[in-house]
Ligand binder design. Structure first.
Ligand code: HEM
Length: 137
């Protein structure tokens, strides 16, 4: 009887711990985030809905900042050193279609890196609230 309670306690403790792990850790940390960002950049470079907007951008700088940002918002403890989303996208006059296109490219990149759909959705859910600061600026 006592063993049964011990096992039950352990199962609850282990599942509670698993839940507390950050999205950053569950995704696989910086190596996996970096692979996602590299697939993502390769995808949007070929995406005519998005690519022209980046024509004059410093892509290596963007890559570094987006990795930092993803690490930061997933709980990896990185400091994001870029500009805020409103200032960054000011004057680009981005549309909802372009925003959705970029999200699609990111989803494709995560699927390529075999990120489970629940984790994909968790990352997208963290980006969704930024939409209002990014489009129609
Ligand atoms: C949730 C969606 C998005 C996130 C999280 C995001 C994030 C970022 C970050 C972190 C940077 C670098 C900031 C800096 O330069 O200081 C950046 C730059 C940029 N983003 Fe976004 N972005 C998003 C959506 C979009 C969309 C939809 C487009 C266009 C289709 C776009 C176009 C750009 C461009 C062109 C730059 C470079 C600006 C420059 O060169 O000065 N972004 N974005």
């Amino acid at each position: 009887m006592r063993t049964k309670w011990m096992i039950l306690f352990l199962v609850i403790a282990v599942s509670a711990c698993a839940h507390q792990r950050s999205l950053y850790d569950r995704i696989g940390g910086t190596p996996v985030l970096t692979a996602i960002v590299d697939s993502f950049i390769a995808r949007f470079a070929d995406d005519t809905r998005v690519a022209p907007t980046f024509a004059k951008s410093d892509i290596p700088k963007f890559r570094k900042l987006i990795i930092e940002q993803f690490c930061n918002i997933t709980g990896g403890g990185c400091t994001y050193t870029g500009r805020d989303m409103k200032t960054t996208h000011q004057g680009l006059h981005l549309t909802e279609t372009q925003f959705n296109a970029l999200v699609e490219d990111l989803q494709d990149a995560m699927a390529t890196q075999r990120i489970p759909i629940e984790l994909q959705n968790e990352l997208i859910a963290k980006l969704a609230p930024m939409r209002a600061d990014i489009i129609h600026q």
